[in-house]
Design a protein around this ligand. Sequence first.
Ligand SMILES: Nc1ncnc2c1ncn2[C@@H]1O[C@H](COP(=O)(O)OP(=O)(O)OP(=O)(O)O)[C@@H](O)[C@H]1O
Length: 644
Amino acid sequence: MALFYVARYAGPEAAGAEAEAEADGRARALLERLQCRARERQRQQQSRPQEPEEAAQTEGAASRRRRRRPRRCKGGGAPGSPQAPRSKRRREAGEEAGAESSEEAPREGSVDAEAAGPPGTPGEQPSGEARGPPAHALLLGGFGRSRAPKVQPFLPTWLAQPSCVGRNVTEDLVPIEDVPEVHPDLQRKLRAHGISSYFPVQAAVIPALLESAAQGFLVARGGYQPRDLCVSAPTGSGKTLAFVIPVVQALLQRAVCQVRALVVLPTKELAQQVSKVFNVYTDATPLRVALVTGQKSLAKEQEGLVQKTVDGFRCLADIVVATPGRLVDHVDQTPGFSLQHLRFLVIDEADRMIDSMHQSWLPRVVAAAFPGEGAKDPFALLQRRQPQVVTAASTCCPQMPLQKLLFSATLTQNPEKLQQLGLHQPWLFSTRPARGGPGDADEDADSGGKYTFPAGLSHHYVPCRLRAKPLVVLHLILHLGFSRILCFTNSRENSHRLFLLVQAFGGVTVAEFSSRYGPGQRKGILKQFEQGKIQLLISTDATARGIDVQGVQLVVNYDAPQYLRTYVHRVGRTARAGNTGQAFTLLLKVQERRFLRMLTEAGVPELERHDTPSELLQPLVPQYEEALSQLERAVKEEWRQKAA
Ligand SMILES: Nc1ncnc2c1ncn2[C@@H]1O[C@H](COP(=O)(O)OP(=O)(O)OP(=O)(O)O)[C@@H](O)[C@H]1O
């Protein structure tokens, strides 16, 4: 029963419309099942006269139940209480289930009436009779059809009031020379790669990180551990360089090669991309970068990480870029692979990495970084301890901290999720403005939405029927005439079929990207797309996050994304680094309302409707029908080969 509404912050992700609809549907199904069962039982009892013995047994069981059950309400009459007549209890069972959905109107005799009922003796009133509230009773109401109030997140101050970062990468630029903390060699490298100014997120994060690493590999003066950093900035806003530059600079002063920076990313392709950036900025320095993703055999990767010597092992990598699964393999199986000198743990695409926490890769990494803490000699010269309260004793020995750095375009605001990372005095940099403080009344109104999008990105949607989707995509591609287009579907099967169809239609150089292909093939496909040899890449969400291909002008969502975060990352493959780009989403009639609401909540500034009248599609139809029959033949042939 919904006498009390327990407000619990389930996180911004859970507040989505899909969660609402799902919960509603589940509650309805449950209610129907309960009502059906109750009717069935009633029918059985009516048709079967009770034997006196059986009746006594039932009564005995009922009285036992009564004795066991704690008395909930003085005077009885509470819904579901043993004192209430049996038929009434059955009715209430259904009502309670209905009330779970909290947005349903109370039915007759439901919680409103029960709550208003007089605290009289049980069974005083016939079950079907309506009871009016006595004049002295306090009537608890407001459980009508009104929606449950939106639970406002109660955020810790560091989440509610972040350090603000400019969101426009074309306007809030900071010239390289205005950040003198960056090493001159690195400044030269930046210029050599065409970078003359820092993007806002870089201008904010680089100095902060360099300052926290100013004491070398030991903790800052006074024994204070550096704060962990969380960075939330739009796609394509240069988050990679925001950690690459300070990490490389901090490690430049190292004397002995040890794994001091570990970057963890969700996919092989992303890890490869980030290791490339590290290679650029560590080039001509003694620092070594190792890529650990499972693309090579374990033994081959081990050769790049450690070398056996006469007196043990020698580390061969200062910076390790890894996917979580393979990283754990090396922690477990590579002799001599040590994280005891780890200074920086970078978690890129942090919200996605939090989702993969069930693999418990983080506790394994932390355990490897702080081995045998309890058994350590308290007077050892250099200590490694997890952050703790600063005392005179804890500051007497130099400490080597482990600083966590989180980056994402859709960093979660859910403190429960972030808690899993064990952050130490976290410091958030965000393009979302600070809120009025914990419990701010109008969360989305002042910030414009959940996420920020690149300024140069324009959003469109195309209403269409299911059958017409491929034709509409072909029309868009041919009509808009862009030379680099990324098209997303929701499954690899859809990607494959659309690829075969577009290929059969002709006129476009097309490729597909999904788990149908091995890592080597996928790498080749991305390279061709980057080189402009492929005009249209049809992909699953494997390329939705982080992938940085220059010059993508158009993103098409052939299948509408189910989640807001997916949309943010997919469309973020265009309009990167201050460029412009367009995103088109094909929507079926049934998807329109929910999708538009989702984007409004997301803070999409303007969403343009783009109609494709049949006169525009008509000229493509003969060629399209020919392509369809070719697709049919190709699919049959594939089935035949699979069956053979
Ligand atoms: N200061 C800069 N000036 C010009 N270009 C830059 C600058 N910083 C980064 N870039 C370029 O911007 C592009 C996007 O950068 P990056 O991949 O780091 O974005 P991101 O914020 O990590 O995006 P995502 O959230 O999608 O992963 C890259 O091609 C990068 O080379």
